[in-house]
Design a protein around this ligand. Structure first.
Ligand SMILES: [Zn+2]
Ligand SMILES: [Zn+2]
Length: 196
């Protein structure tokens, strides 16, 4: 029975892609601009080297605290009238790497929202080769520019998603104390104890 539990447990482990996307989703919880919560994680050789989230530049007032991007606006819905104050999550992650002298060349980035063109250009120039995102963002002409970079082999851009079982597992871990013995472990311990 112990082995059966172990197999189930192993099959529930998130893939590396899921793991890093979940970390990006956690980073997004720190977003301070009300327009979009976005999180990003830069990964090199399966190691997280930098993280970022959508928010006002370091030291500037948070939109979440004042309720808007600019005093004249009633929210962060700046796209119609003024540019967003937020540094995008991907740009923040790259800036964090730069600030701490961490090379991004050859890295991958996991983002909760498909990078805008400005961020995609920054990603390419930072030497990041693979982009994995959860939610599409670009439309129309932006897609044409994005696809031209892809066809030049500058970068891979791929949408990924979490499987239902990974989501269930993660939600369970978040909602409850994580490192407690599960019923199955207790049962298998009992099983092994009986054998001893
Ligand atoms: Zn804002
Ligand atoms: Zn962006």
């Amino acid at each position: 029975m112990g082995n059966l539990y172990k197999e189930n447990e192993l099959s529930q482990r998130p893939t590396w892609d899921e793991y890093f996307l979940m970390l990006a989703k956690l980073a997004a919880t720190r977003s301070t601009c009300l327009a979009f919560p976005v999180g990003a994680v830069i990964v090199k050789n399966k190691q997280v080297v930098a993280t970022g989230y959508n928010g006002s530049p370091s030291g500037s007032a948070h939109c979440t605290a004042q309720g808007y991007c600019y005093p004249d606006l009633s929210s962060c819905d700046a796209s119609k009238s003024m540019p967003s104050r937020a540094v995008h999550a991907e740009a923040n992650a790259i800036a964090q790497a730069a600030k701490h002298g961490i090379a991004t060349n050859g890295a991958s980035i996991y983002v909760t929202l498909e990078p805008c063109l400005s961020c995609l250009k920054l990603i390419i120039s930072a030497g990041i080769k693979e982009v994995y995102y959860e939610t599409p963002f670009n439309t129309g002409d932006s897609n044409i520019v994005r696809d031209s970079f892809i066809s030049e082999d500058l970068v891979i851009v791929k949408q990924i998603e979490l499987t239902e079982s990974t989501l269930q597992r993660a939600v369970g871990f978040l909602l409850n104390p994580t490192s407690v013995a599960t019923e199955e472990i207790s049962l298998s311990s009992a099983y092994f104890n009986d054998k001893v």
